[in-house]
Design a protein around this ligand. Structure first.
Ligand SMILES: Nc1ncnc2c1ncn2[C@@H]1O[C@H](COP(=O)(O)OP(=O)(O)O)[C@@H](O)[C@H]1O
Ligand SMILES: [Mg+2]
Length: 278
């Protein structure tokens, strides 16, 4: 049976599309057949993360179904970007989007045999995204959250948890992306103005899986290595099911108190060192 994962964050630019592409390739390296689906109506960039131009939606003349683009043997892609040659992204109407989501997860796409379906999602909790989760229903294996470990991103991370609780979703785990930066001399450093939040401690506190950290780097080989580990974890970890009444007390406490206890001083210290030396 196909395992369906939604790659999500209620924040733009955290690395959802990059993660979908890299996780897809990592699962493929492990021998799994993978379908990739980009449903980000505002910024569908998954094809770019895969190094492709916008692939056209290939429609069968008889049933008007979509045949996915073959990225490589065993790795397939369908993206909403395929529609944008016909109309500007901003002119989607909500009912139209809901209808498209329904078609995408039911009978519009003729996927070849796939072991994993990875869905790249927009950073919003709008009606069509809520409906996407409704349509997926029990066929959804779980959500993979991708966040930068900054205090600014953490506010949206808590909102993502709220969304998951409200929709009673299952969480596979959290990836800390752009978690640190590797300088050309090999030194690791903190690349943000905002303070660092320890997402590993956060995950331990709220009892969800921490899947690992990915650095901010242009080194694809290094990224591949990290995703090999993450792909293995995704296959084997026990997901967390969010159910009303079973919401972890720790999450409520963190929501009440904020994340102050998990803010590391690394970022600030690094910035200080820099300003002292200049
Ligand atoms: N680990 C990383 N290292 C280097 N660049 C990254 C990394 N993760 C994301 N990026 C870059 O950050 C930008 C935003 O990433 P993207 O995957 O498009 O985010 P999202 O889909 O969440 O909006 C892109 O330019 C992408 O190439
Ligand atoms: Mg994206």
């Amino acid at each position: 049976m196909t395992q369906t994962l939604v790659i999500s964050a209620l924040k733009g630019g955290t690395g959802k599309s990059t993660t979908t592409a890299n996780l897809g390739r990592a699962l493929r390296r492990r021998g799994y057949r993978v379908g990739l689906l980009d449903v980000d109506a505002t910024a569908p960039t998954l094809h770019k993360a895969l190094g492709l131009d916008i692939p056209p939606w290939e429609k069968k003349t008889a049933h008007e179904t979509i045949i996915p683009t073959v990225v490589e043997d065993g790795l397939y892609l369908v993206t909403l970007a395929g529609l944008f040659s016909e109309k500007p992204a901003v002119l989607w109407k909500e009912p139209e989007l809901v209808e498209t989501m329904h078609a995408l997860v039911t009978d519009l796409i003729e996927w070849p045999e796939i072991d994993y379906l990875l869905i790249d999602s927009p950073p919003n909790s709008s009606g069509y995204m809520q409906m996407l989760f409704e349509f997926l229903g029990k066929s959804l294996t779980g959500v993979v959250l991708v966040f930068q470990p900054t205090d600014i991103a953490a506010a949206d991370l808590l909102r993502s948890f709220d969304f998951m609780v409200a929709k009673e979703l299952t969480l596979i785990g959290l990836i800390a992306n752009q978690a640190y930066c590797v300088a050309p001399n090999g030194e690791w450093f903190w690349p943000y103005l905002s303070p660092q939040v320890d997402l590993q401690s956060f995950c331990a506190e709220v009892k969800v899986n921490y899947l690992g950290a990915i650095p901010l780097t242009p080194n694809q080989e290094y990224i591949n290595e990290r995703f090999d580990g993450i792909a293995e974890k995704i296959r084997t970890v026990k997901p967390t099911v969010f159910r009303p009444g079973k919401i972890d007390m720790a999450f409520r406490k963190i929501k009440r108190k904020g994340l102050t206890g998990m803010i590391k001083k690394v970022g600030i210290e690094y910035a200080k060192r820099q300003s002292n030396s200049s």
